[in-house]
Each structure stands twice: as structure tokens, then as C-alpha cells.
Write a protein that binds this ligand. Structure first.
Ligand SMILES: *[C@@H]1O[C@H](CO)[C@@H](O)[C@H](O)[C@H]1NC(C)=O
Ligand SMILES: *[C@@H]1O[C@H](CO)[C@@H](O)[C@H](O)[C@H]1NC(C)=O
Ligand SMILES: *[C@@H]1O[C@H](CO)[C@@H](O)[C@H](O)[C@H]1NC(C)=O
Length: 397
């Protein structure tokens, strides 16, 4: 049964094995391109079990929570949903100060739920550097190291990726994108952190909000540029790259800052972006219409599985903010109105997701259309695995 030359068969075998290993053995918190933040600062949102049903109907597989709530971890058990849990900012000092506390934390909040709950990452605090609580800046790296060491001791480093998300507040200037650098007072904390993350293969996690940038400067910025609608875009004179939407520009600004700091190879993942559907009087851009437009176009952008102008080969990965409106959050009204879904599980505005009430027929149509966009990479692995098995059969004959 000599269908292929033997060397070609070996080549295919090695190639497919490489892809399989790549998929399963390298700690990757994010396997698709479209994920969501499951913020929970509200007491009127559906129970974690109902949220699982909702996420499955919407075909969203990658999820982030901001703590490690055990009810959520239990509800996600056996669902195949991939979860990033969070260490809250309030826990950083404790984790940084004591390696044993970090070890207990990982045992109690991560290891205890594996493998049934697919925890794939631990976020070490949120938007710490550049934030108001400067005391925390110095605890971030220590906490990250102790938590990483704990995963090492528990032999979880192949499964669990350690990261931390940064706000735009870490950057000195981001226009044009190529001129972006880290703020001077942040650099001394940022560089050692990046050094550590590059050693352990973690990405740079960015929370990027064209919504906020636009509201900060509505006179200068074309709202269509912020909303991924047709517009003239901007031209970066240094790189000669053209940007037709602000999110891509914000991401490339982060890449420019990383390159400036000596970390050209690091990948940028967007861990939060979104658009509020309702705001205060001085938040005129927070409308249902704009929120729908942003989220709809973002979804289309991600479904193309493209990189950014500066990094065309790195397919963009984004976690949208957020699953629900969270009425108990402090701050301006917009803060409480980022949800794609209303508290009762119905959709806030239509961006193509099935709400809990919709028919299964509609959601299965959706699932076919968006199956690639939503990051179910399972079928892809399956094909490769099948390929390998077939090749093994050939080799034996
Ligand atoms: C975890 O989440 C559940 C369900 O939302 C909630 O009832 C519970 O109070 C939370 N636990 C903690 C410790 O916050
Ligand atoms: C520090 O973390 C450990 C492990 O999670 C926990 O048992 C302990 O209560 C924490 N201490 C403080 C002061 O939060
Ligand atoms: C982490 O573990 C390594 C060896 O496994 C050790 O050299 C290092 O000091 C530890 N780091 C921390 C922060 O405990």
C-alpha cells in the first residue's frame, strides 16, 4: 500500500504532531479569537449555571472572571468552557509577601477544580501599574513570581498561563501608534515584569477602550474611526501604515511601546474592550446604537482572524467587556452599562448572539456561521489527530 513516498509521510507526521503539541502542550489561556469578561458586580444577574447555558448558546468559549469564585468554578465544570481566573488587587500584597500563601491560593482556587473545570490562566490583579494605588505597583511582580512558582511546584505550568492586564494609563503617548512608549514612572516596574513574562512565555494583556479615547477627545476624533465604520483613518508617518480603526491603532501603540522597551517579540492580547450603551449627560457617546455598532463591527473584525497593520501575522484575540450590565459598580453611569446581555439573560442589543430566550434553531444557525470566529478549535485538532492516525496506519503497512 505505497500511496505516498515514505519521506513525505514522515514530513506530514512531524508537521501534524507539531500542530497538536502546539495546541495542547503550550500554556495558552486563549484558544479562540472572541472571548468575554464575566464581571459579577451585581446581585440581579443569572446564576453561574444559567450563565453557562447562555455562553454555550452564544458559542463563546473563552471567559474571564475577576476573582476565583467557587460557585462559578463548579458551574463551569465539565462544560469545556475555558476560564481565566483572577487574583484581586486586594490579594496581591499577601501573595507577594509569602510564597506559601501563593501556593495555598493556587491549590484551593485552581488545582482543586482541575481538570474538570478548564482553568487556563491566572490574571495577577487588574490595571495595577499606572493605577491610583501606587503601593501595589511594587507587589505585582512578586505576586506574579510566587503564583508562577506555585504552578511550577504543582506541575501546572503547561496548562496555566500567568498574566496581568494593563490599562492605557501605562503609556506616555499613543498617537501616532509608532511613537508610543511606557510612562516614565511606570517603566521601572514594567521592565522587570516584561522580563519575567517573556521568560515564561506570557503575552502583554491590554485593556483598550476606543470608547474612552473618543469621549476624552470628541472634537478631534471621528466617531466612525472609533466604531469601525467607514472613515478616512489615520496615517502613521514613521511606519507608513494606515489605520482605519482605533482599536488596531491602540494595539499597535502597545506593540511600539514593547519594542521600545526591548520586547519586540511579545504578543499583545486585548483582555478588555467594549462600548457602554448608556451614560451620564456628559457621556453622549454612550448610546445603544453606538454600543451595538462597536460590538457588531468588532465581532466581524475578529471573525476575519487577522493581525494588526504592524503585526499582520499575529491573529488578534480579544475578550469583550462585558457579559452583563453591572449595576453595583461605582463610577460614572457608563461603567454600569457595558453588558451585551441584560441581567435577565436577554440580549441588550443585537450583535448576532442568541439570548437565552431565543429558539435553538436560531442559535444553531448562528453556530454554523460563526463557528470559526468563536474559537472552537476542537474540530481543527480532531482533523489533525485523524490525519496522524491515518498516517501511522500507512507507516505500519
Ligand atoms: C460566589 O458567587 C455566588 C453566585 O453568584 C455568590 O452567591 C457568592 O456569594 C459568591 N461567593 C463569594 C465568596 O463571593
Ligand atoms: C493570605 O493568603 C492565604 C492563602 O490564600 C489566606 O489563607 C490568608 O487568609 C491570606 N491572608 C490575608 C491577610 O489575606
Ligand atoms: C521560584 O523557584 C525557583 C526555583 O524553582 C527559585 O530559584 C526562585 O527563587 C523562586 N522564586 C520565588 C519568587 O520564590
Amino acid at each position: 500500500m505505497k500511496v505516498f513516498p515514505r519521506s513525505f509521510v514522515w514530513f506530514l507526521l512531524v508537521l501534524s504532531t507539531f500542530f497538536i503539541l502546539n495546541e495542547f502542550l503550550i500554556a495558552q489561556a486563549f484558544t479562540g479569537t472572541y472571548g468575554i469578561n464575566y464581571g459579577r458586580i451585581a446581585d440581579n444577574i443569572p446564576s453561574p449555571n444559567k450563565v453557562v447555558t447562555l455562553l454555550r448558546a452564544a458559542k463563546i468559549k473563552n471567559v474571564r472572571i475577576f476573582d476565583a469564585n467557587h460557585s462559578v468554578l463548579e458551574a463551569f465544570s465539565g462544560t469545556g468552557l475555558e476560564l481565566v481566573v483572577g487574583l484581586t488587587n486586594g490579594e496581591l500584597k499577601n501573595m507577594s509577601a509569602n510564597a506559601n500563601h501563593a501556593l495555598s491560593w493556587v491549590k484551593e482556587n485552581v488545582q482543586a477544580f482541575l481538570p474538570e473545570t478548564h482553568i487556563r490562566g491566572i490574571a495577577i490583579g487588574n490595571e495595577v501599574l499606572g493605577g491610583n494605588d501606587q503601593e501595589l505597583w511594587g507587589d505585582l511582580l512578586g505576586a506574579a513570581k510566587n503564583i508562577y512558582n506555585a504552578t511550577e511546584q504543582l506541575q501546572l505550568t503547561d496548562l496555566i498561563q500567568i498574566s496581568t492586564s494593563h490599562s492605557q494609563g501605562v503609556f506616555a503617548n499613543s498617537y501616532p501608534p509608532s511613537s508610543c512608549t511606557f510612562r516614565e514612572n511606570v517603566v521601572q516596574y514594567m521592565k522587570p515584569l516584561l522580563e519575567f513574562f517573556s521568560q515564561i512565555g506570557s503575552p502583554f494583556c491590554l485593556n483598550a477602550y476606543p470608547f474612552l479615547a473618543y469621549m476624552g477627545n470628541p472634537g478631534e476624533i471621528d466617531i466612525n474611526y472609533a466604531l469601525f465604520q467607514p472613515n478616512n483613518g489615520i496615517h502613521d508617518q514613521k511606519t507608513h501604515l494606515h489605520y482605519d480603526n482605533m482599536l488596531d491603532a491602540q494595539i499597535d501603540a502597545a506593540y511600539a511601546a514593547l519594542e521600545d522597551a526591548g520586547f519586540k517579540e511579545m504578543e499583545v492580547i486585548v483582555t478588555e474592550t467594549g462600548w457602554a450603551s448608556h451614560g451620564d449627560q456628559n457621556e453622549a457617546a454612550a448610546t445603544v446604537n453606538n454600543a451595538r455598532t462597536y460590538n457588531y463591527n468588532l465581532r466581524k473584525r475578529l471573525a476575519k482572524r487577522k493581525g494588526t497593520p504592524l503585526r499582520p501575522n499575529i491573529v488578534l484575540k480579544v475578550y469583550v467587556f462585558a457579559l452583563f450590565n453591572e449595576y453595583m459598580k461605582p463610577g460614572p453611569t457608563s461603567e454600569r452599562n457595558f453588558g451585551l446581555f441584560k441581567a435577565d439573560g436577554s440580549i441588550s442589543y443585537d450583535v448576532g448572539f442568541a439570548g437565552q430566550e431565543s429558539s435553538s434553531e436560531a442559535s444553531s444557525l448562528l453556530s454554523l456561521k460563526y463557528i470559526r470566529a468563536q474559537g472552537w478549535s476542537g474540530s481543527y485538532s480532531l482533523v489533525l489527530t485523524a490525519c496522524t492516525s491515518v498516517l501511522l496506519l500507512f507507516l505500519r503497512s
